[in-house]
Write a protein that binds this ligand. Structure first.
Ligand code: TYM
Length: 331
């Protein structure tokens, strides 16, 4: 059995990008692998250092994990901050992570641009904490979306560097995983190529959005005045709507609108109505389950404690061995 690790930051509710890029695979992978799925609450401080309601955000994401079908009996579900061993491994990995390689990381450069007043050390060392999350369970596979590809490359670098420096075959090389397919990138509704929590109003559809909100967001999605020639290349915003449709709607629906686009008879209003209804159909059962689970504090408490115990057992074993390898000894 292979070991799988992945996580999501609790900086907002889960959106369709999180679902189709990551969560959908978490649910599939728990059936046949040894899985650890966590909520990256330490990581969320790199962009939101003084969260208004960290506990509430973590609870919401945990409930969304469960509502999407993660089963605490099959997978270990836990909070990153419940496993302080991760922080110790992060510290150790940081000793062998170099300023230059961390500064070259695309996500660091992006964040340094978008939050110039808060270019903190956590942001710079984000990839070493992420590597610690993954290798602390000696993971082989990491289900993530396309935007995490470079972080996985860096994780392999840090894992290999540890093995080489201490002359051991200790950490496996984890890979970003999507069942042999290329990694997913779900676009936003505002014409941008990525759906994201912090991309601004009208970009993302959240699993917890009400049907009215979903319809409003989709109907406001960016389009253009329509194709003027048969088989014209689709501009980005239109391509985005088609890509969302491909993720959610029946193949016949996509084909119908594709043909309408190609023969210039398409009406974007019809496409949006159809897309909105398909999103609502998909999210409604999830939303109902989220609302139910939010009321069940006793169950949430049980899930968190079960996960903490299992994750702790695995993490503490790894850190004990890492200490031995490096040469920390008890007197
Ligand atoms: P985060 O919280 O930004 O996103 C969680 C997961 O959702 C995926 N995702 C997307 N996939 C496709 N299309 C999109 N538009 C889209 N937006 C988000 C992300 O790729 C991710 O898989 N660094 C991670 C959290 C993390 C982690 C880890 C992940 C911390 N430690 C260890 C794996 C292993 C992050 O910020 O994800």
């Amino acid at each position: 059995m292979e070991t799988v690790v992945s996580g999501i930051r609790p900086t907002g509710n889960l959106h369709l990008g999180n679902y189709f890029g990551a969560m959908r695979n978490f649910v599939k992978m728990q059936e046949t692998n040894h899985c650890y799925f966590f909520i990256a609450d330490y990581h969320s401080l790199t962009t939101h250092p003084t969260p208004h309601d960290l506990h509430g955000n973590v609870k919401q994401v945990l409930v969304e994990y469960l509502a999407c079908g993660l089963d605490p009996e099959k997978a270990t579900l836990y909070l990153q901050s419940d496993i302080p061993e991760t922080a110790e491994l992060y510290l150790i990995l940081n000793m062998n992570a170099y300023k230059g390689e961390l500064e070259r990381c695309t996500s660091f450069k992006d964040k340094a641009r978008t939050q110039p007043d808060n270019v903190n050390a956590g942001l710079l060392t984000y990839p070493t904490l992420m590597a610690a999350d993954i290798i602390i369970h000696k993971a082989h596979k990491v289900p993530v979306g396309k935007d995490q590809e470079q972080h996985l490359e860096m994780t392999r670098t840090f894992a290999n560097r540890f093995n080489r420096m201490y002359n051991v075959e200790f950490f496996p090389e984890p890979v970003a995983y999507n069942f042999g397919e290329s990694l997913v990138k779900i676009p936003g509704l505002d014409g941008s190529t990525k759906m994201g929590k912090s991309e601004g109003e009208g970009n993302a559809i959240f699993l917890f959005d009400s049907p009215e909100v979903i319809r409003k967001k989709v109907m406001r999605a960016v389009t253009d005045s329509g194709p003027t020639k048969p088989h014209q290349k689709k501009p980005q915003a239109i391509e985005n709507l088609f890509n969302l449709m491909k993720a959610l709607s029946a193949p016949e629906t996509v084909q119908f609108f594709d043909e309408a686009y190609n023969n210039c008879s398409i009406r974007y209003g019809d496409l949006k109505k159809q897309l909105a209804e398909d999103v609502v159909k998909f999210t409604t059962p999830l939303r109902e389950r989220i609302l139910e689970l939010l009321q069940d504090d006793a169950y949430i408490h049980k899930v968190v404690n079960m996960g903490k115990e299992k994750a702790h057992a695995s993490a503490s074993k790894t850190v004990r061995e890492v200490r031995e390898i490096i040469g920390f000894k008890e007197f």
